[in-house]
Design a protein around this ligand. Structure first.
Ligand SMILES: [Fe+2]
Length: 289
């Protein structure tokens, strides 16, 4: 049996690959099996020129698992078609918040397994998406830090991460938030090192949503989390993708963090994000088991 697609690992990075010679909208089961193994190995697969419809994107994402949610626009284009160029506007706030490195849905009871992300409208410059390899980041920790982290647990919350950068959404009539992720369940508690359920590799689990390590002074906790994030997200463990219309990517959210980068928000941008649900058994928070 021959190869089903061409795969080129990213240059000088610990993860990621560009995949060509495959049509994701009509991928065969055999090709998908091979693709899934490549996904586990590389963590991020980039597919140029796929031009998926929303339904095709969701169908491709469903091959990886149940969906946490279907294709959702990440955009500064309002429902009425106007561009929201106000830095304090609600659409822009959420994009700005995502400029901090994070894993998706660590603030939910169940962390996401991954995501399919596609580009429909891209600005002339900026707006690259970055990813960071938290398995490689774990591997380069010194022994003292490795030992310290082995027993530590931290809370993950969108209230915390958005509050810290002063980007909380507009309140509803009851003084709460209607936006996705601001649930009223217990704040998710997660280990700071998590073994990947399929590859068996240990991963650092921090990011912008992590806060208040159990048993640690709050300032010390913030300092440690910031240091871990800063040290992790450095070459050769990061890659930024500059989008072209029609690009699709799928990443392993158990291994990689990601972030948005700035762009001129007077220009329209529309991306589509389909979130693949984590399996409860392995991705549920410690206090949501
Ligand atoms: Fe995200």
């Amino acid at each position: 049996m021959g190869e089903h697609f061409d795969l080129a690992p990213l240059d000088g990075v610990t993860f990621g690959a560009t995949v060509t010679g495959v049509e994701l909208r009509s991928i065969t089961d055999d090709a998908f099996d091979q693709l899934y193994q490549a996904w586990l190995e590389h963590g991020l697969l980039i597919f140029p020129e796929q031009f998926l419809t929303k339904d095709e994107q969701n169908a491709f994402a469903r091959r990886f698992g149940d969906l946490e949610f279907e294709a959702m626009p990440i955009t500064n284009i309002k429902k009425n078609g106007d561009i929201e160029s106000d830095q304090r506007g609600e659409l822009v706030k959420s994009i700005r918040g995502n400029e901090g490195w994070h894993h998706d849905s660590t603030y939910m009871p169940v962390q996401a397994k991954g995501a399919v992300f596609t580009a429909e409208i891209v600005p002339t410059e900026g707006a690259a998406t970055g990813w960071a390899d938290m398995a490689a980041a774990y591997d380069q920790l010194d022994d003292e830090t490795t030992n310290e982290l082995a027993e530590l647990e931290a809370y993950h919350s969108l209230y915390y991460s958005m509050g810290r950068v002063d980007l909380l959404p507009k309140e509803n009539a009851e003084g709460g938030y209607d936006n996705y992720g601001y649930h009223d369940k217990d704040v998710s508690l997660r280990p700071m090192v998590k073994v990947h359920p399929e590859t068996g590799r240990p991963n650092l689990l921090v990011g912008r949503h992590a806060h208040n390590i159990i048993g640690m002074d709050p300032e010390e906790s913030t300092a440690l989390i910031d240091r871990l994030n800063d040290d992790a997200c450095q070459p050769p463990r990061i890659h930024h993708h500059q989008w072209s219309v029609g690009d699709a990517v799928v990443w392993d959210n158990r291994r990689l963090m990601h972030r948005a980068t700035p762009f001129d928000v007077s220009q329209p941008r529309r991306m589509w994000h389909t979130r693949i649900a984590g399996e409860h058994q392995t991705e549920a928070a410690l206090n949501h088991r």
